[in-house]
Design a protein around this ligand. Structure first.
Ligand code: ZN
Length: 188
């Protein structure tokens, strides 16, 4: 069944033309689900699977893990995604991790624009502001590139409000990490 092309034809064109605001995405998803007699979650799951195919071409595989951290493992060429959230959130989380893959493929861009290397392992260097800014920078780049992959390359549905919310929470946690005071009391 070629559901995706149907969806793109019937809804995405209108969606693009009218530049509907984010609130409409959940309405459109509702309509599609009703029209095709499928669950809303299936639409997000299909988009998730599209990302898995995109990753397969890069020899990466995805592991869904209950309570797992959303992260790329460069040693094992795998991406772990927490399976606790629903498919829509899993999809956005995977988009972001795909963003990290793209960052890595175009690492010269990151190195050119940021003061330090983000795969630094030297403990002294990872305490520097330059390193922290570069890590925060990579996070933002990965969200940008992930959104672009889903929105423009794969022409997926994205609820930008939800995506922005996840991005904000994620980047804020990095900002807290970057600005927290060093604890020197353990004498190391
Ligand atoms: Zn990240």
């Amino acid at each position: 069944m070629n559901l995706r092309s149907h969806i793109v034809k019937t809804y995405k064109t209108q969606f693009r033309k009218k530049k509907m605001k984010n609130d409409s995405v959940s309405l459109i998803i509702n309509n599609i689900a009703t029209s095709f007699g499928i669950k809303k979650a299936d639409i997000w799951k299909r988009q998730f699977q599209d990302l898995e195919k995109w990753l397969q071409k890069r020899n990466f595989s995805v592991i869904l893990e209950k309570g797992g951290e959303d992260i790329v493992s460069w040693e094992t060429d795998t991406i772990t995604i927490d399976s606790n959230p629903q498919w829509e959130s899993r999809y956005y989380a995977l988009l972001h991790e795909c963003g990290h893959i793209i960052v890595n493929e175009t690492i010269e861009f990151l190195e050119y624009n940021y003061p330090s290397c983000t795969n630094e392992t030297d403990g002294r260097k990872t305490k520097t502001d330059a390193y922290k800014i570069s890590v925060v920078g990579e996070e933002i780049e990965a969200w940008k590139l992930g959104r672009n992959l889903g929105d423009h390359t794969l022409e997926h549905f994205i609820d930008h409000n939800k995506f922005d919310k996840m991005m904000t929470e994620c980047i804020m946690s990095y900002l807290y990490w970057a600005t927290e005071e060093e604890d020197d009391t353990d004498g190391t």
